[in-house]
Design a protein. Structure first.
Length: 153
């Protein structure tokens, strides 16, 4: 080897050593835990998405996902509850209508079944064989022993 080649090799080793030293210095000054100072928070940064790359958001992304999830669940449950309340109101209205119709039918039936009304209808229909009785009703006594029992055998 000549002297010139030795000088070139020494120069290369010196440059390599300088590069390694610079790399070590750079690694010592830079770490992943560096807090990058965030400037003022503006609407343009939020709409542009710069806010989402901030370290605060990156560290709390799962919390934000959880908050969004609970918000969606809350809205869905509230919507379903409102739909149920609307359905309950409709059913209550139908129930009131049915009760009023039943009360009206019961009233009409009670009126038509009164003795005076029945007698009035019988008088109007002269061809009917039904007549009011002239004799008062009487009680039929039934002995205590039943005809269906088989104790007599």
């Amino acid at each position: 080897m000549s002297a010139e080649e030795k000088n070139i090799q020494e120069e290369l080793k010196a440059q390599e050593q300088k590069a390694i030293d610079k790399l070590k210095e750079l690694k010592a000054t830079v770490s992943e835990d560096d807090n990058v100072p965030v400037g003022t928070l503006t609407l343009r940064k939020i709409l542009g998405g710069d806010f989402l790359s901030a370290e605060l958001v990156r560290h709390n992304i799962w919390l934000l996902v959880l908050i969004v999830f609970f918000t969606v669940v809350y809205v869905a449950i509230r919507y379903q509850c409102q739909q149920d309340l609307i359905q309950i109101d409709k059913m209550e209205t139908r129930l009131k209508d049915a009760k009023y119709r039943a009360l009206s039918s019961s009233s009409t039936l009670t009126e038509r079944c009164r003795e005076s009304q029945v007698l009035k209808i019988l008088k109007q229909n002269a061809d009917s064989l039904l007549k009011p009785s002239d004799q008062p009703p009487y009680i039929i006594y039934v002995p205590e022993k039943s005809f269906l029992s088989t104790d007599d055998e």
